[in-house]
Design a protein around this ligand. Structure first.
Ligand SMILES: Cc1cc2nc3c(=O)[nH]c(=O)nc-3n(C[C@H](O)[C@H](O)[C@H](O)COP(=O)(O)O)c2cc1C
Length: 189
């Protein structure tokens, strides 16, 4: 059975990001994929402590024993991942950025990727501003950095003009719901 991990960087369990991530999860489960969905906000993940233990020992493992270890295990076992985050101040949330910094064990000093080959990653971003292009620098930089680990970047979407509770609910935006479903459906194909 194939496995996928979905990481959600929003603190809101019923926010637009979580709802789009659930569409992707539905598509994966319809294919019989075993999906683990994690709200990063529920975990205790420190920022990288810059101890360079992973580099000194040349291992794709982290010396910091906190909840990131659960994610390392999930990442090792899965065939693909979806990372979903709202845009905060032009980039991903602090929860998603903490996860990214803790991906340091998967990047060699010469930028050699250390993630076992063949694992895929797609992204779901949401933002309030109606112009989907506005935060491309932050989005591109995040996806590029994730790709340095050796995860194969597949697809991404930006759901825009979204502000749960104040603007029309994301469920009413068929284009975004369909796109999120497709991201899930295509992840492991
Ligand atoms: C602290 C904070 C910063 C935000 N910064 C931005 C921003 O830079 N650009 C933007 O378009 N929306 C911004 N937003 C709005 C959220 O990105 C948007 O509403 C998103 O869909 C929220 O996702 P959620 O419903 O999953 O929590 C911000 C929201 C918060 C709480």
């Amino acid at each position: 059975m194939k496995k996928a991990t979905i990481l959600i960087g929003s603190p809101r369990k019923n926010g637009s990001t979580a709802i789009l991530a659930a569409e992707a999860e539905k598509a994966l489960k319809e294919q019989g994929v075993d999906v683990a969905t994690i709200f990063l906000n529920d975990l205790k993940i420190k920022g990288c402590q810059a101890c360079y233990w992973c580099k000194k020992n040349d291992v794709a493992e982290c010396a910091v024993k906190d909840d990131m270890q659960k994610i390392h295990t999930l990442m090792k076992e899965c065939d693909g991942m979806i990372v979903a985050s709202p845009i905060y101040f032009g980039g991903v949330t602090a929860q998603a950025k903490a996860w990214l910094d803790r991906m340091f064990p998967y990047i060699g000093m010469d930028l050699t990727p250390k993630m076992p080959a063949g694992k895929k990653v797609s992204f779901i971003f949401t933002q309030n501003q109606p112009d989907a292009r506005l935060f491309r620098p932050g989005i591109d930089s995040f996806m590029f950095a994730v790709g340095l680990s050796g995860l194969l970047v597949k697809e991404y979407m930006v759901g825009y003009d979204l502000d749960a509770g104040n603007k029309p609910a994301v469920e009413t935006k068929k284009e975004f719901m369909d796109r999120a479903y497709l991201i899930g459906r295509e992840l492991l194909r």
